[in-house]
Each structure stands twice: as C-alpha cells, then as structure tokens.
Design a protein around this ligand. Structure first.
Ligand code: BG6
Length: 329
C-alpha cells in the first residue's frame, strides 16, 4: 500500500476498498501494516489501536492503566497480556509470524475439532480457526475488539457445516474473552473448541494447578508420570496432557518462580486440558527453543470429547474466560 495511490485499495479486513482520499489521511506508520479502511480505522474507541506484529500482520493493542493486551487478526489469537509491565502469557523463543500459522504462545483458538483430525483425512490438528485471518465483526465493544469468522462455500470439504463465530476480547479491566459459535445452517451439528492458553510459569517443576482435584480425567501423554493422586493439586514431574471433564468454573495456576497466581474464571466450558510437553516432546514442536518447555503450562478452557457442543439450527453457544493475576502472599 503506498500513499498517493489513485485507485481504491483492498483492505485486509474483507471485501472493502479504501478510497485514495482516505489513504492520504492515514499516518505513514499504519500504511501497509494494519487495516486502514474507514470501517476499521474509525471503529475503535479509546484504548484500542491498530498496529502490526513482527511479521507485519495486523494486530490490535488494548491498553488501560495497568494492562496491555495484543490480539492478532490471524487466528483471533491473543499474543500477549502484560499486567503492570509483567508478561502473564508465554510465547515461544522462536515465534513465527507467518500467514496461516498460529504463533506458539498466547491464546490460539481450537475449533471445530480438538487434537488430530478425527476423520484422519489429513486436516490440520486442532481445526482450522487458528490458521485463518478473522475479520472485524459488525459492531465493536467500547473497550475491546470483536473478530469474526464464518463458513465459506470453499470450506465444504474441510467441515461441511454452516457457522458463524465471534471472539470478543476486552479489558474490563481484566482480560475477558467471550467466544460465540452459532449454527446458521439447516441441520444440527457438533463441535469442539478450546482457548489454548499458554501461561508463563518461570519453572514448570514448581508450578501447581488448583481446582481440578477429584475431577474425572484422562491422561493422553505418551510418557506420563507413573501414578498421581487425583485428589491433590496438579504438579508437574513428567509430560502431562490431561483432559478433564465436568470442570468447575474457577481454576487457579500458582507460579512460585514468578511470585504470582493466575485465576481462570469461566462460563460455558465443561472441559479443561492441562498440557506441558517435557523435553522429549518439546524437541519435536515448532518454534520452541531447547529450554522453553520449562517456562510454560497450558490450561485450556474447552468443550471437547463427551462435552462437545451440539447446536440445532439457529442455536448458539457462548464460552467466556476471565483472567486475573495476583501476587503470592
Ligand atoms: C494440546 C494437546 O491441546 O495441544 C497436546 O493436548 C498437543 O497433545 C498440544 O501436543 C499442542 O498442539 P499443537 O498442534 O499446537 O502443537
């Protein structure tokens, strides 16, 4: 995109065009980096700015007195949340900011299936929502951004169902992610979903997850610890990949190495996945440096397996995650 273009220019956010007169008013720093069409540039209130990630992809920066959150249009992925200048989420040490690729870190979205392709047809692991560029939803919240994605005719082979989905991210002042999925077709279908949140813990071997004691679960790690007490807070001594079903609406992550705890408050989520790869599996994962495995834990706010969501025509489901951070006392 260059200043002085005489023709209208296509906007990343959809089939909109930007008249040359509008382009002339756009600050140089925004050209070619983020969406500058009138619909997008004029859409946001105080505390939301358009910017670009290190790969030049558009992203939104939400700020308030204590917090700074970045949200990429690609995958509708929260990439970072800083609270009082401390990063609460985690990002891989060799992140890739490329079209169609989720960054390993932040909050990738898993939809409409969880894990490997359940039909073994070579479709991407964890669905396709994290690989797509989302669009701005019609109507934006006062202190946040709402992005949307819908089925297109070309998607039929990937997933045959007619849907729309919207992720609204706000600072209220704490981060709140509100994720709606709607059936806009004529038949009933089911889907799985997860907010696959990577939390920074400093040292995973000292971290602890509280709130899942006694909750039924299945361990799917290939080299898990031999035995554990399902009624004790979850600690990490080996590769861990547990799917919990029938979870409470509050889970807590304690990270003594960073002197903090993070609370996850959820609505509309019946599953949670707790995942840490340990060095052997980490060596096979893209974007991870050699010691990265030690620095994060994923707690996924989800509906998977026996808690997949079934939607009749016209029905919608909403899942909400609110995050809070506090110092350890
Ligand atoms: C978790 C799964 O949700 O995601 C793990 O439970 C998986 O088994 C992990 O390894 C990462 O998946 P990906 O596709 O982002 O590498």
């Amino acid at each position: 995109m260059t200043r002085g273009a005489t023709d209208a220019t296509a906007c990343w956010c959809g089939p909109l065009t930007i008249p040359a007169t509008t382009l002339a008013r756009v600050p140089d720093r925004a050209l070619g980096k983020a969406c500058v069409c009138p619909a997008c540039a004029g859409a946001f209130g105080d505390g939301v700015e358009l910017a670009a990630d290190p790969g030049g992809r558009p992203q939104f920066v939400l700020t308030n007195a204590d917090d700074r959150l970045t949200l990429a249009a690609d995958g509708a992925q929260v990439l970072s949340w800083r609270h009082r200048s401390r990063e609460i989420l985690w990002q891989a040490s060799a992140p890739e900011f490329a079209p169609g690729k989720p960054v390993r870190g932040g909050v990738p979205l898993v939809f409409p299936w969880f894990g490997d392709d359940p039909e073994r047809r070579g479709r991407p692991a964890h669905g396709f929502a994290r690989n797509r560029r989302w669009l701005l939803a019609p109507g934006q919240p006062a202190n946040g951004v709402s992005l949307c994605l819908g089925s297109q005719s070309a998607d039929g082979d990937l997933w045959p169902h007619a849907f729309t989905t919207e992720l609204e991210v706000r600072l209220t002042p704490n981060p709140e992610l509100r994720w709606r999925v709607r059936n806009v077709g004529a038949t009933t279908w089911s889907f799985e979903q997860a907010l696959h949140t990577y939390f920074a813990v400093g040292d995973v071997t000292t971290a602890e997850v509280r709130g899942l004691e006694g909750v039924p679960h299945e361990e799917q790690a290939s080299e898990p610890e031999r035995a554990w007490d399902p009624h004790a807070p979850l600690r990490f001594v080996a590769e861990t990949d547990r799917i919990f079903q029938g979870v409470p609406d509050r889970i807590e992550l304690v990270a003594p190495a960073l002197d903090r705890r993070v609370e996850l408050h959820t609505d509309g989520a019946r599953s949670a996945i707790v995942w840490t790869p340990w060095p052997k599996k980490a060596a096979r994962l893209a974007q991870l440096g050699s010691n990265d495995w030690r620095r994060f834990v994923c707690i996924e706010t989800a509906n998977v397996g026996c808690n997949a969501v079934t939607l009749a025509p016209g029905a919608a489901h909403e899942l909400t995650l609110r995050l809070r951070v506090a110092d350890l006392r």
